[in-house]
Design a protein around this ligand. Structure first.
Ligand SMILES: Nc1nc2c(ncn2[C@@H]2O[C@H](COP(=O)(O)OP(=O)(O)O)[C@@H](O)[C@H]2O)c(=O)[nH]1
Ligand SMILES: [Mg+2]
Length: 351
């Protein structure tokens, strides 16, 4: 009440409430931070895991921006060389410069690939990995969810068709956020509610980053429906406690586990991270947004095109310019002046 009254008095006296993100926006407009850093402020606030928070802190400190800036600088140098050749074609610089340009371009491309790989890793930290448990009824999907979540979240029963609605559970594996989805088992029969649940299962599977196709050891009845094309999957053989000959662990793209005893669960966790593309690079990932990934991919495509135009310098220069422009979108900067300054500082054009 006191705080409310105070706020009302201050507003009456002419103050106004700050808009969302206003302070960060001002910092950006005042040149105190670039766009990627401003985004990192929001990412830090939204971080869903310790890893994500750490990565956001590093971006806020400028680590991501610096990596982009380093790429931009290398591109600027290469552009400066190329522009000089275009301006003075009569000077005998081409043979030497072709080799030099090729070498520099290869260097920039490798560096860009590295930033892209680290950004892709980081984007997993941002959005979380969508993992869907699918399979026939009674194979132990809900039991696996409870095991992975470390709590009794889903109802487990020996009656097939217990799970009727998709159940979502946010967990972490080694600090990586995972959204785990338990689904209604697919089978031929079932009442109306269960059929609706199965329709939901199909939608979840289609939208998954990774599907855990659960089978029960002993029966190994294949799943009723194949996973759709393009969806990454792991086969999880559950209930190995019922078949003494089966050891827990990972063999090929199959993981043998027992939700009842917990055997093989660590192997399953590792398999999930591997299949989702997590390389355990650990510290050095960038908490990239989709916008950043798109810009990096565009820059990569431009550099690839540049490599094929290395003898047609006008085209080469244009591809480099476009690549640089794409990177500039990440930090919110890139002006023609950068390039001019670079040219004049490196070449005694006026003599
Ligand atoms: N022996 C054994 N039984 C299990 C295991 N996992 C689940 N079950 C049992 O299998 C039945 C179905 O489990 P549930 O998780 O509901 O399967 P769902 O229908 O696929 O979700 C229950 O009676 C569980 O107790 C396991 O690893 N070993
Ligand atoms: Mg279930």
């Amino acid at each position: 009440m006191v705080v409310g009254a105070l706020l009302a008095a201050v507003l009456d006296a002419g103050a106004r409430l700050a808009e969302p993100g206003e302070f960060t926006r001002r910092a950006y407009l005042a040149g105190k931070m670039d766009l990627a850093q401003a985004e990192a402020v929001a990412d830090l606030i939204d971080a869903a895991s310790r890893e994500a928070a750490r990565s956001a802190m590093r971006s806020l400190g400028g680590e991501f921006s610096n990596a982009i800036q380093a790429l931009v600088e290398r591109l600027t140098e290469l552009r400066a060389l190329t522009e000089a050749m275009l301006d003075f074609p009569e000077e005998d610089v081409d043979a030497l410069h072709r080799v030099d340009a090729q070498r520099r371009l290869a260097g920039v491309r490798a560096a860009l690939d590295d930033v892209l790989a680290r950004s892709r890793q980081g984007s997993l930290l941002r959005s979380g990995i969508h993992v869907v448990l699918a399979g026939r009824p009674n194979v132990g999907k809900s039991s696996l969810l409870n095991r992975l979540a470390g709590e009794e979240r889903a109802i487990v029963a020996s009656v097939p068709g217990t799970t009727r609605d998709a159940l979502r559970e946010s967990i972490q594996i080694h600090g990586i956020p995972i959204v785990l989805v338990d689904t209604a088992g697919l089978r031929e029969s079932g009442d109306e509610v269960e059929l609706l649940g199965m329709a939901r299962t199909r939608r979840e599977v289609a939208a998954a980053d990774l599907v855990l196709v659960v089978l029960a050891a002993g029966s190994l009845e294949p799943p009723l429906e194949p996973t759709p094309e393009g969806v990454t999957r792991i086969e999880v053989i559950n209930k190995i406690d019922l078949v003494p000959a089966l050891a827990p662990g990972r063999r090929g793209d199959r993981v043998f586990v027992s939700a009842r005893t917990g055997a093989g669960m660590d192997a399953l966790r590792e398999a999930v991270l591997d299949a989702a593309g997590w390389l355990q690079a650990g510290e050095d990932v960038f908490l990239a947004r989709e916008r950043h990934l798109r810009a990096l991919r565009t820059a990569g495509a431009r550099l690839e095109a540049a490599a094929t135009t290395i003898d047609r310098w006008e085209f080469f220069a244009e591809e480099l310019r476009l690549a640089q422009e794409a990177l500039g979108q990440i930090t919110g900067a890139v002006s023609a002046d950068d390039l001019l300054g670079e040219i004049f500082s490196r070449f005694c054009i006026g003599k």
